[in-house]
Design a protein around this ligand. Sequence first.
Ligand code: NAG
Ligand code: NAG
Ligand code: NAG
Ligand code: NAG
Ligand code: NAG
Ligand code: NAG
Ligand code: NAG
Length: 582
Amino acid sequence: MASVFKNLSFSSSVIPCIVPIFFSCFFIVSHSEYLSLTTSLPSSTTKISNVSDGGEWVLLHKSIGVSAMHMQLLKNDKVIIFDWTDMGPSNLSLPDGAACRHYLFHNRTINDCTAHSLIYDLATDTSRPLFVASETWCSSGALDANGALVQTGGYGDNGIRRIRTFSPCDDDSCQWVELPTNLSDRRWYASNQILPDGRVIVVGGRKAFTYEFYPKKNDESYDKLFYFRFLAETNDQGEENNLYPFLHLLPDGNLFIFANNRSILFDHSNNRIVKELPGMPVAVKRNYPSTGSSVLLPLKMNGVLSGSGLPEVEILICGGALPGAFNSSKNKIHVGASNSCGRIKLSDPHPKWVMEEMPMPRVMSDMLLLPTGDVIIINGASNGTAGWDAAENPVFNPVLYRTYESDPDRRFVVLNPSSIPRMYHSAAILVPDGKILVGGSNPHNEYNFRRAFPTDLSLQAFHPPYLGSLFAPLRPSILSVETRDDTVSYGQEFSVTFVLSVYRADPLISVALVTPSFTTHSFAMNQRMVVLDVALLEHLSTTAYKITAYGPPKNTVAPPGYYLLFLVHAGTPSHGVWVRVQ
Ligand SMILES: *[C@@H]1O[C@H](CO)[C@@H](O)[C@H](O)[C@H]1NC(C)=O
Ligand SMILES: *[C@@H]1O[C@H](CO)[C@@H](O)[C@H](O)[C@H]1NC(C)=O
Ligand SMILES: *[C@@H]1O[C@H](CO)[C@@H](O)[C@H](O)[C@H]1NC(C)=O
Ligand SMILES: *[C@@H]1O[C@H](CO)[C@@H](O)[C@H](O)[C@H]1NC(C)=O
Ligand SMILES: *[C@@H]1O[C@H](CO)[C@@H](O)[C@H](O)[C@H]1NC(C)=O
Ligand SMILES: *[C@@H]1O[C@H](CO)[C@@H](O)[C@H](O)[C@H]1NC(C)=O
Ligand SMILES: *[C@@H]1O[C@H](CO)[C@@H](O)[C@H](O)[C@H]1NC(C)=O
């Protein structure tokens, strides 16, 4: 931690104030209370522990009318949520006179005048139904550099090659836009990643062993497509196990791609595999339908700007299913999922997987980066695979993976359980106040509320432990972000003014940028966290401070777009504020 702040210098006014601040700290939250929160760890003999505050579940809405299969937070604190369009009506009406869709379903003509998408406003806790014209089932997405959602693929003639966009607006005028141009290949279960040049790469999909870019370059034909043998090779007979491949943009500009049980470093500009990484030492399938999840762990600058090197890069992949699990599920035998995680440091000259074990087996769990740099593993089941009625034994407890805990036996912390199963087609995203928005499960064929794992239309928020009241005095509160041209520019200084009632000098305050992910099928596409170098911390008045940080060094580290900026103080994140990086 200290090395992050090696360039840190204090203005002369800060030192004399530390004593009075600690003194007041004693009254607000006693030091021992604070320590017991942050260090109440399992004894070395138990692997699983409960923290004194294991987080809290809040039911926001019993029904939002659609099942949250896909979720994306936009730069105006609104969340776009949608399921599919050709599987029967939803529980959400469209306003009078809005368009209806007519299609054949089980030999019946359906006149569906319901909404299959909505925009949920976090600030007012209200939502507005949206009409989506084409079939979005198992599609993919990414925000572009302007903060508009580029949403690709789906199902059937009416969806599989579609490109839709949604641009955030401050009033109620914005709607889905269906583009006249189509994708070059059929994309059902593909993954997207925004690239340093602001374009989006779309990789894979069922029977689509290819990738392509959106938008195409000027000199490229509209149907330009790249064959990708790696996807053909990782496609298991009858089970696939390589859909929704895990994609992460690395700081050197290459992509990390994981499909089934193999992973590569890929130079997408030259259509070239740079390196195949070793296999994990356990025979587990990680991608749909053996759905595990994957995160690019926080990229910590650690003086990268002054040093000129690139940050260390680590990937964490958890959960999945054993070979044959999907076949078994078709016969109603739901075999136990995997409890294994693999973590690999790609910046090592000879990277290798280091295996860890979660407290319980999991498939179909979402993995989200928290502003603290820890990972929350949430939703999913302990038996079976993704797919319709292919799982049993929901996992109600989220698990915290403490990224920087050096003792592997203390890395996982089991958090408080929900009471709502979040099985196939559930989703979760991080929102600006540090909560996790959770929804969706089993839309089934037409909505079905009587099945064992019924269609779920509810929306919940999980409050991670850092939102507990004991942490409140430690929480920084951002007053303003001072940048040139409203932009955090690559390598340039900018400042954040904030207030803080109890200042603890160690660990110091970090400045983190987090991208809002497009989450579906347990994979948070485009999820990324960059921990910036800090130049200066100034003490302005009793509780006011100003921190000056350097923007990310370059667009391969942080592709252009809108990020949530969090200050993290003593394990406690501020509310995130939006900044534009370019
Ligand atoms: C965690 O808490 C639950 C519920 O309070 C309890 O059943 C379980 O035994 C606890 N686990 C540990 C390791 O203390
Ligand atoms: C959805 O609508 C159906 C039919 O009107 C109703 O039976 C069901 O209770 C509703 N479900 C929810 C979760 O609102
Ligand atoms: C639809 O109708 C055809 C011809 O009548 C029949 O063969 C088929 O089984 C029906 N499909 C469904 C899903 O009912
Ligand atoms: C794109 O796909 C739609 C739906 O399949 C089709 O109607 C349309 O003609 C296609 N557009 C182009 C430019 O090929
Ligand atoms: C990956 O899966 C393939 C196909 O099932 C299998 O042949 C291979 O041994 C597996 N490799 C590893 C590293 O698990
Ligand atoms: C799954 O079933 C298909 C046939 O449906 C078969 O070809 C394949 O070998 C099976 N895979 C495994 C891993 O059992
Ligand atoms: C879950 O998997 C375990 C281990 O394979 C098995 O013992 C158990 O019966 C399964 N449970 C269900 C509900 O399928």
